[in-house]
Structure formats: structure tokens, C-alpha cells
Ligand binder design. Structure first.
Ligand code: NAI
Length: 292
């Protein structure tokens, strides 16, 4: 099987230009962080609004983290809005951070792979899909790695670098080095449901939701876990991640157990947490204002 994948060291190389597809909660902030750390970044999304919002968040990040205005402008110049995806043909690394939907990701890969330059690496930020399933549709499956950032990107130092048996070791090595150059801590993990962090975290968040189903208030559950020592309660964390994303990850890991009723009913009302302004909490200016 490996023979079909061609020369194995073709993918080694230094990353200079990163193309990010998906300018949502994660992709937008990944693009901003890469620009902050001196990479040239092109940012693509099917929605121009999402790109504009991501640029707004990026400028706020640059003004917090960089002092001279001249260098803030240089960082802003490195982040190039690219709604039509011209950057794909030039990038050394393409990071996909679109909606958590296998079919959508496969359809995107089929469109972009023929346009990627030889030796360029494709990385998915998926939190719950099998990397092997994502590789299945690629002409060069060995070029796909998982580079799984956590939310919020600017604050979370850990990044999981995910491989399957067919991932090219050179692609993995380039991904690990790239994450290091971002000033983050790369954690090499194998392709498995939830990788490492979410395999531990998802049952914790789902149990917290089941406590809400049993009648405890979200605030009570969150306060208890904060007193226990967690920096943020599990329901505030779920709202921050996005309840649709939590459900997608939870379904991968929950086996036959049904999703908590409170999660299902919030999703039925499209209350997705911080990104939609309402979930377990009402959100204002990126902060939970009160319990919903
Ligand atoms: P999101 O819903 O905030 O953003 C997704 C973006 O992708 C949207 O702006 C949408 O317009 C765009 N998009 C969808 N299909 C597209 C296409 N074909 N071409 C171009 N743009 C397209 O989603 P979020 O939360 O940023 O998640 C993105 C990925 O990151 C998912 O795979 C998710 O599992 C993963 N992830 C999410 C985390 C979180 O805390 N939200 C944490 C770690 C990973």
C-alpha cells in the first residue's frame, strides 16, 4: 500500500507561506497567530464577512501583542484576505479549518489538491473526524496530517499533530517543526477518536451536561469545577468551543449513549454558544454575561 504513495521525502521542507481555509472561530485565529509569528498567510472562506471578522480579531491580537505600530502594520500586511483561494497554488502548507463535516471536507480536498504545489502539506484542524477517512479521497494521502489547535488559539499552547500509518514521516516532521515555530507545544498523537485531549475532555463535558439534564444549573456545575481547580467550567467551555462542535466530537466518542437532552434542545434552537451569542450562557463581547 505504501508503494502507491510515491517518494517519501518529497514533503520535507520549510514552511513560509500558509494558506488557511475557513475563517471561522478556529481558522481565523489560526491565520492571525501564524501572521503574528512571521508567516505569510492567505485566508480563504466562502463568506467574505467571516474573513473580515477574522481580520478584525487579528488586528486586536496584533495591537495587544506587538508594540511598535510599524510592526503591527507589518503583521497585518502578512495576513492576506483571499476569498477566491489564489494562495493555494503557492502555499507550502494548507490548513483546512472548515465546518466539521466529512463530506464537505472531502469535497473541498478534491477541489484543492490538484491546485496545491508539489511537496505542499495539507493539514486538517478537525477535532473529531478520522484522519484516515479524510485521507481516503486524496491522490496523495501521505501529505495529510492533523494539526489540531485548541480554542482560544492565542491562549492555548498545546497543538496535537496527528498522523496515520500512511502519513509521510517528512510531512509529520515539517508539521511538528512548524508548530514549534509558532511558539506552541506540539504533541504527536495517532489518529484515534478524540485524539488524546478530546478523548478525555468530551466525556467530562457530556457528564456536566447530564448534570444539567438532572436539574443542576449550568452555573452550579461550572462553579463546582472551578473551585475544584479548572480554569473554566465545562459548560462555559462547551459554549466557547461551539455546541455543534461539541456534539460532533461527543457523537464520535459517546458510543451508543444518547446526547444530553439540554444539548439537543439548544442545538434545535441554533443556540451554539459564544459564536451565536447564546448557549448555556448569554454572551456579550466574547464573555458570558449571565446564565441563559
Ligand atoms: P466555524 O463554523 O466557526 O467556521 C467554519 C468556517 O468554514 C465558516 O466561516 C464557513 O463559512 C467556512 N466554510 C465552510 N465550508 C467552506 C468551504 N467549502 N470553503 C471555504 N470556507 C468554508 O467552525 P470552527 O469552530 O472554526 O471549526 C472549524 C474546524 O476546526 C472544525 O473541523 C472543528 O472541528 C475544528 N476545531 C474547532 C474547535 C472549536 O473550539 N470550535 C477546536 C478545535 C478544532
Amino acid at each position: 500500500r505504501l508503494k502507491a504513495f510515491g517518494k517519501r521525502n518529497e514533503l520535507a521542507g520549510e514552511v513560509r507561506h500558509v494558506h488557511v481555509i475557513g475563517a471561522g472561530v478556529m481558522g481565523g485565529d489560526i491565520a492571525a497567530w501564524c501572521a503574528l509569528k512571521d508567516f505569510k498567510v492567505t485566508l480563504q472562506d466562502q463568506s467574505r464577512d467571516r474573513i473580515a471578522q477574522a481580520q478584525g480579531r487579528a488586528h486586536a491580537l496584533f495591537s495587544r501583542r506587538i508594540k511598535p505600530a510599524r510592526l503591527q502594520r507589518a503583521a497585518a500586511d502578512r495576513l492576506i484576505p483571499d476569498p477566491d483561494g489564489h494562495g493555494i497554488t503557492q502555499a507550502d502548507l494548507v490548513i483546512e479549518a472548515i465546518t466539521e463535516d466529512l463530506e464537505a471536507k472531502l469535497a473541498l480536498y478534491a477541489r484543492i489538491e490538484p491546485r496545491m504545489k508539489t511537496g505542499a502539506i495539507l493539514a486538517s484542524n478537525t477535532s473529531s473526524l478520522s484522519l484516515e477517512a479524510l485521507q481516503a479521497g486524496l491522490q496523495q494521502p501521505q501529505r495529510l496530517v492533523g494539526i489540531h489547535f485548541f480554542n482560544p488559539v492565542a491562549k492555548m499552547p498545546l497543538v496535537e499533530v496527528v498522523e496515520t500509518p500512511c502519513t509521510d514521516p517528512a510531512a509529520r516532521a515539517t508539521a511538528l517543526a512548524f508548530v514549534g515555530r509558532l511558539g506552541k507545544l506540539p504533541l504527536p498523537v495517532l489518529d484515534a477518536p478524540g485524539f488524546l485531549v478530546n478523548a478525555v475532555l468530551a466525556p467530562y463535558i457530556l457528564e456536566a451536561m447530564r448534570c444539567v439534564d438532572e436539574g443542576l444549573s449550568p452555573e452550579t456545575v461550572d462553579e463546582a469545577m472551578k473551585v475544584f481547580g479548572m480554569p473554566m467550567g465545562p459548560l462555559e467551555l462547551a459554549d466557547t468551543v461551539g455546541l455543534d462542535i461539541v456534539q460532533a466530537a461527543g457523537q464520535q466518542l459517546a458510543g451508543d449513549r444518547a446526547m444530553p437532552a439540554c444539548l439537543t434542545s439548544l442545538l434545535a434552537r441554533r443556540q451554539l454558544g459564544r459564536k451565536s451569542g447564546r448557549g448555556f450562557y448569554v454572551w456579550k463581547d466574547g464573555k458570558p454575561e449571565k446564565q441563559a
